[in-house]
Design a protein around this ligand. Structure first.
Ligand code: CA
Length: 218
C-alpha cells in the first residue's frame, strides 16, 4: 500500500513517515498543498493523509480540488484545531476520516486500516482468497491454516493482488503500490517477488499476462 503524507511540520512528518514505513506502507512525504495535487496525478496512491494547516493551499482546498477532479481515493484529514465546524466542513468536502492533533499513532494506524478496508470493499479484519488469509492489522499471512513468515514487500504485494483477486493488476500499479520515491527499485524485483510467492502458494497461484501484469487465482 502506498500512501501520500502531506504535513508541513518537519518533526511530525518525519516521525509519521518512519512509523508508517515500519507498518509496511510505502510513504511519500510532502509539505505543500499544491504538491499533493501534482503527486496524485503522477502516481497511484491507496490513501492520502492530509494536514489541514498547510502552506499555500490548505488541506481543505486540496481535498476540494481532488474531489472536483473526481479523485475518489481515501483521505484522512489531520488538524490542530478541533472544532465541530472544522470536522463538519472536512467531512462535507469529502474526507473519509478525521484526526485531531495530538493523536496516538496507533489510532492513526487503525483508522487508516479502516478507510483502506472500506475503499477496497472489505468489511472484516482480513482479506481472504481461497485458502489464503491476510490479516490487515499485523500483516500475518495464513495459508491452509498455517502462519507463514514472508518478507514485508512480498506481503504488501500479496495484499494488492488479493484486493484485486481474479483481476489483472498492471506491473506499474504493483510497483507504485510497493515503492515510495526514496526506494531503490531493481528492474526485475517484482518478478523475483512473484516467483517467491509462486513457490509458497503453487505455480498456478499467480497468472502472468505477458507485458501487462499479474493476477491472483487462489
Ligand atoms: Ca500544519
Amino acid at each position: 500500500m502506498r500512501l501520500l503524507l502531506a504535513e508541513d511540520d518537519k518533526q511530525l512528518g518525519e516521525s509519521l513517515q518512519a512509523a508508517l514505513a515500519l507498518e509496511g506502507y510505502a510513504v511519500d512525504w510532502l509539505t505543500r498543498g499544491s504538491e499533493v495535487l501534482h503527486a496524485t496525478e503522477v502516481a497511484a496512491y491507496d490513501a492520502v493523509i492530509l494536514d489541514i494547516g498547510l502552506p499555500g493551499l490548505s488541506g481543505l482546498e486540496v481535498l476540494r480540488a481532488l474531489r472536483q477532479r473526481g479523485e475518489g481515493l481515501p483521505v484522512m484529514l489531520l488538524t490542530a484545531r478541533d472544532t465541530v465546524a472544522d470536522r463538519v466542513q472536512g467531512l462535507d468536502v469529502g474526507a473519509d476520516d478525521y484526526l485531531s492533533k495530538p493523536f496516538d499513532v496507533n489510532e492513526l494506524f487503525a483508522r487508516l486500516r479502516s478507510i483502506l478496508r472500506r475503499s477496497a470493499g472489505v468489511a472484516g479484519p482480513s482479506l481472504v482468497a481461497g485458502e489464503l488469509e491476510i490479516f490487515l492489522h499485523n500483516h500475518e499471512v495464513r495459508f491452509r491454516g498455517e502462519a507463514l513468515v514472508l518478507p514485508a514487500k512480498e506481503v504488501a504485494l500479496l495484499e494488492v493482488l488479493a484486493r484485486n483477486r481474479g483481476r489483472f493488476v498492471t506491473k506499474t500499479r504493483l510497483a507504485e503500490s510497493l515503492y515510495s520515491w526514496d526506494d531503490e527499485v531493481g528492474s526485475n524485483t517484482l518478478e523475483v517477488y512473484i516467483s517467491h510467492l509462486r513457490k509458497q502458494f503453487g505455480s498456478d497461484s499467480i497468472e502472468t499476462l505477458r507485458g501487462v501484469g499479474y493476477r491472483l487465482v487462489l
